[in-house]
Design a protein around this ligand. Structure first.
Ligand code: NI
Length: 144
């Protein structure tokens, strides 16, 4: 049976600094450029959460968006909004790149939503930078 999906948009503002202790200060500067500025900088992040719609026979295909909003609010927005991402425990040994952040958001949501419901997470960091992920859990920990 055809199953539609729905994507909902969320926002948070956060600071970060791209830096890794694995590189020298000079190499950090070379790799991350102005994003390595010791004082950090901020982004107005947009999170695009795509979920499968529910069984059409039960609900007419209407997803419980209130529930989704609560989950994203509790798991993602409250955790990151107006925070310094570099201080988040999950980033203690990981650089706060968009790639890594979208992996973490996926993990936080996929473990809080009904099994199989989450289809994809997108993360807009800047006008020109968009990241997305859909896949296995725990990839951030594997990388760091
Ligand atoms: Ni940045």
């Amino acid at each position: 049976m055809a199953q539609a999906s729905v994507t909902r948009r969320y926002r948070f503002c956060a600071a970060h600094r791209l830096h890794t202790d694995h590189l020298s200060p000079k190499d950090n500067q070379t790799v991350f450029g102005k994003c390595n500025n010791p004082n950090g900088h901020g982004h107005n992040y947009v999170v695009l959460v795509t979920v499968k719609s529910e069984d059409p026979t039960a609900t007419g295909g209407r997803m419980d968006l209130d529930r989704l909003d609560r989950t994203v609010g509790q798991q993602v927005i409250t955790r990151f909004d107006h925070r310094d991402l570099n201080q988040d425990p999950e980033f203690a040994h990981c650089t706060t790149t968009g790639e890594n952040l979208v992996l973490l958001i996926w993990d936080l949501l996929v473990q809080s939503l009904p099994a199989g419901q989450l289809e994809k997470v997108g993360l807009i960091e800047t006008r020109d930078n968009y990241f997305e992920y859909a896949g296995a859990v725990g990839m951030l920990n594997d990388k760091c």
